[in-house]
Design a protein around this ligand. Structure first.
Ligand code: FE2
Ligand code: FE2
Length: 255
């Protein structure tokens, strides 16, 4: 069934940074398997859910420091040096809430997922990547492909197996353009990729990409991004962060 196009729907696709996770029926065997394994949405969290400000629990494990150092160049594009560390901190929290996930896979995929932006035409990132029907924009597919190239370039030299690198690339390839997650690890990356926006640092950076004032931006986070979250843990974190950020930025008054 196709949804009639409305101005609201068009605005929504332009605002989202990653594809809606549950909007369409499963499109592949992997997506169907994930949907069957996790039929309740948002997916309940068997582990602890930490809703404190993300600055309280930075991505702490030093084992990824060499990977960070290998992609410093790629962090200097499109705010990746803000977006990626905050997303990784959220990914680590989500892994504690979902201990059945392969945490190393989630962490490495999250760290690398947007590094491909450094290898596409930078002038097209805002003009194509955040406008119109962005999911079909060639630049979005290109940044996913380039992100896989980065993963294949840096991970083997750091001791990661070919099989592990393939699994990382399976998640990176499609993280924005594929409609549905293929695994719990894929789902946790997708939620972490949204959660960073609710922190005030994410609001400061991402609102500028969309040319929005903070109040307009946080309104749209609540309306459009919260319903896209796949896991209950992410929903709890997003709600707590949104309340804090709205209070901190006085969005009820400055609008
Ligand atoms: Fe992306
Ligand atoms: Fe991202």
């Amino acid at each position: 069934m196709t949804t009639p196009k409305t101005p609201v729907a068009e605005a929504r696709t332009a605002f989202s940074d990653a594809g809606p996770a549950t909007a369409n029926p499963p499109a592949s065997p992997a997506a169907a398997a994930f949907a069957a394994a996790y039929p309740v949405r948002p997916v309940p969290a068997p582990g602890p859910v930490d809703t404190a400000p993300i600055a309280a629990t930075p991505a702490a494990l030093e084992e990824l420091d060499s990977l960070w150092q290998a992609v410093v160049h790629e962090t200097r594009t499109r705010g990746n040096d803000i977006h990626l560390p905050i997303s990784l901190a959220f990914a680590e929290r989500l892994c504690r809430a979902y201990p059945e996930a392969d945490a190393l896979l989630v962490r490495v995929a999250t760290l690398l997922h947007d590094t491909g932006w450094a290898h596409v035409d930078e002038t097209r990132i805002i003009s194509e990547g955040f406008a119109g029907d962005w999911r079909k924009a060639a630049i979005r597919f290109e940044h996913e492909k380039q992100g896989c190239e980065v993963a294949r370039r840096v991970l083997p030299a750091l001791g990661y197996s070919e099989e592990f690198v393939d699994r990382v690339c399976d998640i990176i390839d499609g993280h924005d353009t594929r409609l549905v997650p293929h695994s719990l690890e894929d789902a946790l990356l997708r939620d972490a990729d949204r959660l960073w926006r609710f922190d005030h640092a994410g609001i400061a950076l991402a609102s500028s990409w969309f040319g929005m004032d903070p109040a307009t931006y946080t309104d749209r986070l609540a309306i459009e991004i919260v319903p896209e979250l796949i896991t209950q843990a992410a929903l709890d974190m997003a709600t707590a962060d949104l309340d804090r950020s709205n209070a901190l930025l006085k969005t009820a008054v400055i609008r």
